[in-house]
Write a protein that binds this ligand. Sequence first.
Ligand SMILES: [Zn+2]
Length: 212
Amino acid sequence: MELKDLVRSLGPEIVRAGREAYSRGLVVGSSGNISALDPSRDYVVITPSGGNLGKLRVEDLVVVDREGRKLWGRGRPSIETPMHLAIYEVREDVGAVVHTHAPIATGFSVAGVEVLPVNVESRIYIPRGVPVIPFKPPGTEELAEAVKSRIAEYNVVILENHGVVAVGRTVEEALNLNLVVEECAKVQLVARLLGRAVTREELEEKFKGWKG
Ligand SMILES: [Zn+2]
């Protein structure tokens, strides 16, 4: 497949997810980035550096190879390209990565409080909770390596003081996981504001025997 046809095929879903992430308050300004792997697994279509996901167009997208060399597109690929590439290396079952700056989930990492699976959706999608990756500067190989080691076992992780990274077979699945984590953090936050900080043990007891 020619690269421009690849962008035409994977691009619309990336653009849709970018707009939804923006309209749902998961990203602001130029934060967040999204990528999708082509079916031959040779190329990655990724959002450009510095772009606003809410105003993203298919023609703004960039294609890189698995080493991160730019092959197509006007702009520069996202600064988190090394993180996306590291994820595809370690997860052969994954076809898309969505990284947002979901503010409530991120706030939990700032406070050092774990996001636990407190509501029914989270029992289905993130039953083990969400691990936090200790802070590493955005856009660095260090961050990419740290994410790689955790995402091998989890579909979604929180980057301390930074945001959420989720994977899926499709962009839609990866975006949905960002939304599930943010919603779960919101529910847990409300419970805490109302005076109740639940523990993992209490949750296990409550949901015992329910698999979702
Ligand atoms: Zn980020």
